[in-house]
Design a binder for this molecule. Structure first.
Ligand SMILES: [Zn+2]
Length: 393
């Protein structure tokens, strides 16, 4: 085959990567300004130290940062490396998403197919899927980056992304892009989908499986009402699972654990992915947060401050609507947990289907985990002040 037959895929990969860099550049503005409740569009990008307007040419993703070696052109104040990493990270994330979901269709959604050898442009449902999930990735990246830097997750990020998730859910209701008839083709005499005949056979759409058994009569498969319901339930469950865990930990530890920003993060994910993935993400996220913490301890230079203080000028206290800064940022771990669970879902989903679609098993598991969390918190409970200053004698 001649090499130029592969040009369409090369073109789209470069386009998607560039699109990711531009979105990442915007996310940097969000991360830098939202914790201080500044406007996102006014004024234009400025040096945070000398307030010189950053020239359009210096504001080009990656290149602008590298050419000036991460410093202000006028006053030489170094900028946080986060600017570079968020840009590159978003570009790579978008490219990986496009390859995984559209080109290789890793979720195995029938109707998602881009054969670049026969058509130059991916079909519309591929773009809908990609853009929908790119919005979720952007929300996760922004939330994780703000949390890592300021230990808060501003609600404008999570609520805006959640609105996109709910609207997209209504526009692309389960089992879209498959026809609703694939659902009615399932054996009708079985009312609960944890029946062995159903394991691994519930059709996947842009939204994963939504319900126990056949859907409600007022929201049939493929209707916007079902999509809306799925997103709203996903958001509620995502928020609740953190709030319950937070309550259990706080009852056990007797002091504040987790944050409402974490609940908002899973609420956002639930609006896009339905209710099962956020529940599992909490546990995967806890493992990811632990790994991040270990890496941080290994790689952070000694005596470095815990929070990189990028604003050298007057200290500004980050403000958020409903939360105080926490001891440890859980957001980055949780965001990784969501992505890992989401992409492991084609394999993980059928494994867990009998638990997720059986009210009794799920309730029992939830109760056991709740008791486990409470017991662990009680066992790990320590006095708040461990090191009491020894009085001089
Ligand atoms: Zn400057």
């Amino acid at each position: 085959m001649e090499w130029w037959f592969h040009l369409p895929i090369v073109f789209w990969c470069l386009t998607i990567f560039t699109f990711g860099l531009i979105v990442g550049s915007f996310l940097n503005v969000v991360v830098a300004r939202l914790p201080y409740e500044k406007s996102l569009i006014w004024p234009s990008s400025r040096c945070f130290a000398c307030y010189t307007k950053i020239r359009a040419f210096d504001n080009v993703p990656i290149l602008g940062y590298l050419r000036l070696r991460g410093k202000c052109r006028k006053c030489g104040t170094p900028y946080s490396a986060r600017y570079l990493w968020v840009e590159i990270g978003t570009g790579v994330a978008f490219l990986a998403l496009f390859l995984a979901e559209v080109v290789f269709n890793c979720h195995g959604i029938p109707g998602i197919k881009y054969d670049y050898l026969t058509s130059n442009v991916p079909p519309p449902q591929c773009w809908a899927l990609f853009l929908y999930h790119a919005a979720l990735l952007s929300g996760l990246i922004a939330a994780a980056a703000v949390d890592a830097e300021h230990r808060i997750i501003p609600t404008p990020i999570t609520y805006t992304a959640m609105a996109v998730g709910v609207i997209g859910g209504a526009l692309m209701p389960w089992p879209w892009p498959q026809a609703a008839t694939v659902v009615s083709a399932l054996p009708p005499e079985i009312t609960m989908w944890n029946h062995p005949d159903y394991i691994g056979k519930i059709p996947t759409g842009v939204q994963p499986w939504p319900f126990w058994g056949p859907t409600f009569a007022f929201a049939p498969p493929g209707s916007w009402k079902l999509g809306l319901l799925n997103s709203v339930i996903g958001a509620l469950v995502g928020s609740l699972v953190i709030r319950i865990t937070k309550w259990l930990f706080e009852t056990g530890f007797g002091r504040e654990a987790l944050g409402l920003g974490d609940a908002d993060l899973l609420m956002m994910a639930g609006a896009f992915l339905g209710w099962q993935i956020p529940v599992l993400s909490l546990f995967v996220g806890a493992v990811a947060a632990l790994v991040l913490k270990v890496l941080e301890v290994i790689f952070r230079p000694n005596n470095a401050p815990a929070v990189p203080n990028s604003t050298a000028s007057t200290p500004v206290t980050p403000t958020a609507d409903d939360q105080n800064p926490r001891e440890l940022p859980f957001g980055p771990g949780l965001a990784i947990g969501v992505v890992v669970t989401w992409f492991a879902w084609p394999w993980l989903g059928p494994q867990l289907q009998s638990a997720f679609f059986d009210a009794f098993t799920l309730g029992l598991l939830g109760a056991v985990m709740g008791v486990g969390i409470l017991a662990a918190a009680l066992l790990l409970r320590r006095p708040v002040e461990v090191q009491q200053p020894v009085a001089a004698k």
